[in-house]
Design a protein around this ligand. Structure first.
Ligand code: BEZ
Length: 408
C-alpha cells in the first residue's frame, strides 16, 4: 500500500488509536442497532476531521480514471470550503493498482491502520467486490465512484454501500437495444475477461437478442492485456455486421487505434459501452471519429449544471472532465448529503442511508436518484464521437435501473 506523495495524511495520535479500534468494532457488531437508529454516539478523531479513504488506481491501464475521480471529488470538496456535513475532510490515498489480489489487504489497511471513517473506491469491478465485502462485514460506509460490478448493488448490496456511477448492465443493455434497432443481425463481442467485461456483454446480449439480433461469437482476453492482434484477425475472418465492446482507459485507447489500423473500422462498425471513448479522445484522435457508444454522461449535455461543472473543472485542473470526474464529484456530493443529514456524525448510519435514499443528486449528468439497492436510477445517453467530443444523439434508455430487477 502506498501513500501518494504530497498527501496531507495526518495520522491520529497513538493515544486515540486503541479507542478508535474498539469503537470501530462496536460499529461492526452494532450495525443492525445503528440502522435501527439506536447506535450510541461514536467519538470522532481528536481534531474532528473526517477521514476519507480514497482507494483508486493511480498506476496501470486505469490510472487516468483514478486521477479523474479524485479530481472530481476534490472539486466538490473545494466548493464546500473543504468541509462536508460541517467537518473538515482529510483524504488518505491508496493506489489499488486495479489488482483484485491486493484489494482485501489494501482496504483492511485503510480501515484498521488508517482508521478511515468512510471509503471511496474504486474503478475495477474485481477490486470493488473485495471492498464491498469488507465494507459489508465492517459496517464502514462505502461509496463506489466507478466500478460497475452488478453484484455490488445486487446480491451483495448493503445498507452502508452506495454507488455514484452505474452498474455494468446499464450501458450494455442500452446499446443492445440501439444495435438491434439499427438492424445489425450478427454481432461479435470483444472484451476483457473479468466481471466488468462479462457483465457489460451480458447486458448487451440480453437486449440485443430480445430485439432480434444474434451474438455469433464472444471474444475476450485477460485483463489488462492489450495484445489484440489475433482477435482482430478473427473478427476480420468472421465478418460480423458489427462489433460490441467493453474496454476502458489505456486499453480502450489501444483497442480503438488497433481496430482502425487493422482496416476494420471502414468495413465492420464498432460500438461500445461509453468507456471506450470517455477520457480517451485526445489519444485516440481520428481513429475514434464517428463511433457510437452508450453512457450516463456526454460532453454536450449543455445544461446550466453541467456547463458550470465543466468550467470549474477545466479551470481547476487544466483538463476537460469526463465521466469518471463526474462520478468522483457525485461521490463527494452524496457523502455531503448523508453527512449533512447526520450533522457530521457518521455513526448515524440509518439516518445517513435514509437521506441518500430520498435524495435527488444534482449531478452534471442530470438529476438522479438511488434505487432500493443504492444504484443510480439514471438516463443512459446514445453518444457519437465528433471531433474531440462524445456528442449526445438521444436518450437510449430513460431512467435505467439495474440488472437485478428485484433490487432495482
Ligand atoms: C469496471 O471494472 O467496473 C470498470 C472499469 C473501467 C470502466 C468502467 C468499468
Amino acid at each position: 500500500m502506498r501513500q501518494a506523495p504530497g498527501q496531507a495524511n495526518q495520522q491520529l495520535k497513538p493515544a486515540s488509536t486503541g479507542k478508535r479500534r474498539m469503537l470501530a468494532s462496536a460499529v461492526v457488531s452494532g450495525l443492525t442497532l445503528a440502522l435501527a437508529g439506536a447506535m450510541p454516539v461514536i467519538a470522532q478523531s481528536k481534531d474532528g476531521k473526517l477521514k476519507v479513504g480514497l482507494m483508486l488506481p493511480y498506476t496501470g491501464t486505469f490510472a487516468a480514471l483514478g486521477t479523474a475521480i479524485e479530481n472530481g471529488f476534490r472539486l466538490h470538496l473545494n466548493e464546500q470550503g473543504g468541509k462536508l456535513g460541517g467537518r473538515e475532510v482529510e483524504l488518505v490515498k491508496v493506489d489499488d493498482e486495479s489488482d483484485p489480489a491486493k484489494a482485501t489487504d489494501n482496504v483492511n489497511k485503510l480501515i484498521k491502520r488508517d482508521n478511515v471513517d468512510v471509503l471511496i473506491g474504486t474503478v475495477h469491478s474485481g477490486v470493488a467486490m473485495a471492498m464491498a465485502k469488507v465494507a459489508k462485514d465492517s459496517g464502514t460506509i462505502l461509496i463506489v465512484p466507478n466500478a460497475g460490478a452488478d453484484a455490488v448493488t445486487g446480491p451483495m448490496c448493503a445498507p452502508n454501500i452506495f454507488r455514484s456511477s452505474f452498474s455494468n448492465w446499464q450501458p450494455g443493455y442500452a446499446m443492445g437495444e440501439v444495435m438491434a434497432k439499427k438492424g445489425h443481425k450478427r454481432v461479435v463481442t470483444i472484451t476483457w475477461k473479468y466481471a466488468a467485461g462479462d457483465e457489460s456483454v451480458r447486458g448487451f446480449k440480453e437486449a440485443y437478442e430480445k430485439g432480434g439480433g444474434k451474438v455469433i461469437k464472444e471474444l475476450s482476453l485477460p485483463f489488462p492485456n492489450v495484445e489484440f492482434q489475433a482477435l482482430l484477425t478473427e473478427i476480420a475472418a468472421t465478418k460480423p455486421d458489427a462489433v460490441y465492446t467493453f474496454f476502458a482507459g489505456g486499453g480502450a485507447v489501444k483497442f480503438v487505434k488497433d481496430y482502425a489500423a487493422a482496416g476494420l473500422k471502414k468495413s465492420i462498425p464498432l460500438y461500445g459501452a461509453g468507456f471506450l471513448t470517455d477520457g480517451t479522445l485526445e489519444a485516440q484522435g481520428a481513429d475514434a471519429d464517428g463511433l457510437f457508444t452508450t453512457l450516463h454522461y456526454a460532453d454536450s449535455l449543455a445544461s446550466a449544471r453541467d456547463n458550470a461543472f465543466r468550467l470549474a473543472y477545466a479551470k481547476t485542473f487544466k483538463l476537460q472532465p469526463d465521466v469518471y470526474a463526474v462520478q468522483g464529484y457525485d461521490a463527494a456530493q452524496m457523502l455531503g448529503v448523508g453527512l449533512n443529514a447526520v450533522k457530521g456524525d457518521i455513526s448515524k448510519k440509518a439516518e445517513f442511508a435514509a437521506a441518500l435514499k430520498n435524495a435527488k443528486i444534482d449531478s452534471p449528468r442530470g438529476v438522479f436518484t438511488l434505487g432500493k439497492s443504492h444504484n443510480p436510477v439514471q438516463d443512459i445517453y446514445l453518444r457519437q464521437v465528433v471531433g474531440k467530443e462524445n456528442k449526445v444523439i438521444s436518450v437510449a434508455s430513460a431512467k435505467a435501473i439495474t440488472r437485478y430487477k428485484t433490487f432495482t
